[in-house]
Write a protein that binds this ligand. Structure first.
Ligand code: G3H
Ligand code: 13P
Ligand code: ZN
Length: 330
């Protein structure tokens, strides 16, 4: 057993309390490799923001669970070395079984998500409760989910989203004793969050998505006041990055994300954790494609992953400062 406390990590309880009271959201950024982690930590230290490092089961398979855990330990030291101590959580993103959650809890995670949203309500309650009972013995916090997001969540693909039913949230929170709740109000995973037919085109021909269902969020807040709410699928899919990718040989059609103005509105409410993965993927891919296209003789990975890392730092700092409002809150 490796406790997250021995790695210098924090659970999300205090982070969320401050975020709900302060009207901002803590960033939850996914990482799979060294450069993504370096960029997240540098950006969050430079903006003095708390941060949740997210690891999916796909990330654990890709990068190796032992390496990722020790990278998180290293991240704590690295942040101190950069000159400012920030709270850092290590969180399992979209855990789908009790066994996976247990394995993460036993191996240094300070927070886990048990995503039972694809099960029946009763099964979701039972699974979430079981994970919470295990996690709380070790002071690990747990995120549950009600409602289904469209798109890909690891191996689970949902074609259509099902909005969270506000009538279920109070009962779910009471029965499971979960610490935070991911809800579905119109966000979805990936870089194609809406089909063109769901959007309008503005004067420049850019797709404008339908607004998030803030009415559902308000109804949920009314039923569980002050309870920490989580928003998945919150990348904004910047058009400039998509254009760069396409300009340098990529092919991303009809990519569309959540406008930053709507995320700002969500962050000011009970939404206290905002999940962003795809924007990092886009920024990194755009920067790498650009270098490789402009310098075809380059074959030192540091020369193309390095600029991608620099671009990630700029993007994450911008999110903390201008979208989530987490800058200066560490
Ligand atoms: O919600 C999904 C996250 O973006 C993680 O994606 O399962 O491909 O690592 P992944
Ligand atoms: P995006 O695909 O919008 O970045 O969402 C990431 C996410 O929700 C991770 O759990
Ligand atoms: Zn997600």
């Amino acid at each position: 057993m490796t406790s997250y406390k021995d790695l210098g990590l924090a659970n999300t309880r205090e982070m969320f309390k401050k975020a709900v009271d302060g009207g901002y959201a803590v960033p939850a950024y996914n990482f799979n490799n060294l450069e993504q982690l370096q960029a997240i930590i540098q950006a969050c230290v430079e903006t003095k923001s708390p941060v949740i490092l997210q690891v999916s089961s796909g990330a654990r398979k890709y990068a190796n669970a032992t390496l990722l855990r020790n990278m998180a330990r290293g991240a704590v030291e690295y942040a101190k070395e950069l000159g400012y101590e920030i709270p850092i959580a290590l969180h399992l993103d979209h855990g789908d079984t009790f066994e996976l959650c247990k394995d993460c809890i036993d191996n240094g995670f300070s927070s886990v998500m048990i995503d039972g949203s694809h099960h029946s309500y009763e099964e979701n309650v039972a699974l979430t409760k079981k994970v919470v009972e295990y996690a709380h013995q070790f002071d690990v916090t747990v995120e549950g989910e009600l409602g289904v997001l469209a798109g890909v969540e690891d191996d689970v693909v949902a074609e259509k989203s099902t909005y969270t039913k506000p009538s279920e949230v109070e009962d779910f929170v009471k029965k499971t004793n979960v610490d935070s709740l991911a809800i579905s109000i119109g966000t979805s995973h990936g870089a194609n969050k809406f089909t063109p037919s769901q959007c309008e085109r503005n004067a420049e021909g850019v797709l404008v998505p339908p607004p998030l269902r803030f009415d559902i969020l308000k109804e949920i807040e009314k039923r569980i006041p002050g309870f920490p709410i989580v928003l998945h699928g919150s990348s904004s899919v910047p058009q400039a990055e998509v254009d760069t990718i396409n300009k340098f040989g990529g092919k991303l059609d009809d990519a569309v994300g959540i406008p930053e103005s709507q995320l700002r509105e969500a962050a000011a409410s009970a939404v206290c954790k905002i999940n962003i993965d795809s924007d990092g993927r886009l920024v990194m891919t755009a920067a790498i494609r650009k270098v490789l296209a402009e310098k075809p003789g380059e074959f030192d990975p540091r020369k193309y992953i390095g600029p991608a890392r620099d671009a990630l730092v700029v993007m994450y700092k911008g999110k903390n400062e201008n979208v989530l409002g987490s800058a200066g809150k560490a």
